[in-house]
Ligand binder design. Structure first.
Ligand SMILES: [Zn+2]
Length: 318
């Protein structure tokens, strides 16, 4: 079964957290043998920076330098494993790699704070191959406000720079990722986006109350814009008990289908972003077929699961 995974933090884990191994072999959930065995068509790789690591230094200025280092590392890995995986920027490139028997790797940046109010950086990242950017992570930044349990913060949206930057991303053809956004930022992004919008790794708030998740109203609005949401396998976004179970994953997919329609759900595992603190019922891409089987048991047609597995994400890439 073909699969497009719209989010993983493997670059961060390899470079910052574990600092051992590479895409070929490591303690990560995402490894090349695993991607191959799972039939992965494309894997999105996030350059994630954790602001706390830079607070004592030059903040987002240093974080931006680190993003550039992560991009260099990404391309070095593509070089090292060029027989098996290759960087892609378009759907055509992805299809070419598929015909060559290679996995496609899409580069993304998670934490728009690194832009630090400098529009030229968005263009620089685009030139370097970044095709999706997550404007806010869990801190207020130059774009706007993050998800929060504080209703006052949750209502706040994009700042004037954020509005301009989101419009510019649309002109470039960079996907605007609403995952991690406050409800206000989500609303403002949808109002100003000129190109593709996705929630690369977010679930349904109706089933799990975490503020990172999408309300039914948000799901409908994003679906109307032609967007998608990637199912996140992290337990705290799946159930209020915090457990990561296949049963809950299937329920979120079915809820997304019911509210957003068949063109809406995608996959955004968030693998390697959990800091190793959690036990997942699906610990790596090789076991994604267990979720496939669970969805089949719930009566979903294979053609519909194919949309969830890769066709809806491929549409956004296109
Ligand atoms: Zn994230």
């Amino acid at each position: 079964m073909k699969l497009i995974d719209m989010h993983c933090d493997t670059l961060w884990k390899l470079m910052d957290l574990d600092q051992r191994g590479d895409l070929g072999k490591s303690g990560c959930s995402i490894t090349l043998p695993g991607l191959k065995q799972a039939g992965v068509l494309a894997q999105f790789f996030a350059c994630f920076t954790y602001f706390e690591d830079y607070r004592e230094q030059r903040g987002y200025e240093d974080a931006y330098c680190h993003v550039l280092e992560m991009i260099d590392y990404f391309y070095a890995q593509m070089e090292q494993f060029s027989g098996e995986i290759a960087a892609a920027c378009t759907k055509e490139e992805m299809e070419r790699h598929e015909a060559e028997g290679r996995i496609s790797a899409f580069l993304t940046v998670e934490e728009g704070g690194v832009i630090n109010g400098q529009m030229a950086r968005i263009e620089e990242l685009y030139q370097r191959g970044v095709r999706l950017l997550t404007p806010v992570w869990n801190y207020e930044n130059c774009f706007g406000y993050p998800n929060s349990r504080d209703s006052h913060v949750m209502k706040k949206g994009l700042k004037p720079f954020g509005v301009e930057a989101v419009e510019y991303m649309g002109e470039l053809g960079m996907i605007v990722d609403v995952s991690h956004a406050s409800d206000g930022t989500f609303r403002d992004i949808l109002a100003h986006a000129r190109g593709p919008v996705a929630a690369s790794h977010s679930n349904c708030r109706a089933l799990c109350s975490h503020p990172r998740n999408l309300t039914d109203e948000m799901i409908r609005a994003l679906a109307e814009k032609g967007g998608v949401a990637g199912l996140n396998l992290y337990g705290y976004f799946l159930s209020d008990s915090g457990e990561s179970r296949i049963e809950y994953m299937a329920e979120h997919i079915i809820h997304m289908l019911r509210v957003g329609g068949s063109e809406f759900p995608a996959i955004g595992t968030d693998f390697d972003g959990f800091d190793g603190i959690e036990i997942l019922e699906i610990p790596d891409p090789r076991q994604m077929d267990r979720l496939w089987d669970a969805l089949r048991k719930k009566g979903l047609r294979e053609s519909l699961i194919d949309k969830i597995w890769y066709k809806n994400a491929a549409r956004i890439i296109e």
